[in-house]
Design a binder for this molecule. Sequence first.
Ligand SMILES: Cc1cc2nc3c(=O)[nH]c(=O)nc-3n(C[C@H](O)[C@H](O)[C@H](O)COP(=O)(O)O)c2cc1C
Length: 251
Amino acid sequence: MNIKIEDTSPIGKYEESMPWNQIEKIILERRSIRAFKKEPLPNSMLRRILEAGRFAPSAGNSQPWKFIVVKSPEILAEMEKDAVKMIKLFMFFMDYTKGNILRRLYILTYAKWVIRFMKNELHPVPMGLMSQIAHGRTLVFHGAPTLILLAEDRRGVGNPPTDIGICGQNMVLAAHSMGAASCWIGLIKVLMYLPKWRKRFGIKFPYQLNNCIALGWPSPQADATVPREVQLVQWYEGGMKDAPRIERQGE
Ligand SMILES: Cc1cc2nc3c(=O)[nH]c(=O)nc-3n(C[C@H](O)[C@H](O)[C@H](O)COP(=O)(O)O)c2cc1C
């Protein structure tokens, strides 16, 4: 989407067919960036990004989050090393595409059982990414010079993971609005199997690690736009007995 700043509409106003405003432009143009310059974002900028997270809405205003900023190159390198190790170990037990027929059969039976309990973690998308990481084709944290870990307070009101998602989205949008690159790193969770990292970051009850956002300056090598599905949205505009009108959103 090519939208020039001068084309944008004023914020807080709506007119039929007006151009996107600056907030919409930031939402539509943000992409996950997986190539970062070595130099980190200044702390003052990171604080503004954290502020965007702090001001996120949450159920009952319970703010069920804790932010952990990791900038130490030594710690980042150790996290990458351990995450790769864990992913390799995991793929050794779970990668049913490799090995002879007996191994494949054994792993497939075992994997099917595990997948029942870890449907989301073992979805083909993270499995594909983990396979790439295990084969050294990509990095877990993409060489980002800063990570913001989002810990979730399990005592939050309603559904704390939703609150964390909103909080993180505020941060990535704020980062993008200031020219920074970001990428969510859900795979960080593999580190939580190691007590060393739970201890290092003080993640214990009532907290658990929910997710992580990698931040930095984009390196010129940026990803292409990721397509989005057209959504079939139900619009209820008539009476109680009327069927909804289905509109194709995104065409
Ligand atoms: C909760 C969450 C976890 C994610 N985890 C990872 C990850 O571990 N590694 C990665 O490279 N990308 C990760 N992503 C980025 C998604 O792949 C990306 O958002 C998606 O492909 C859409 O692309 P876009 O962000 O450029 O619009 C994650 C995104 C979200 C929202």
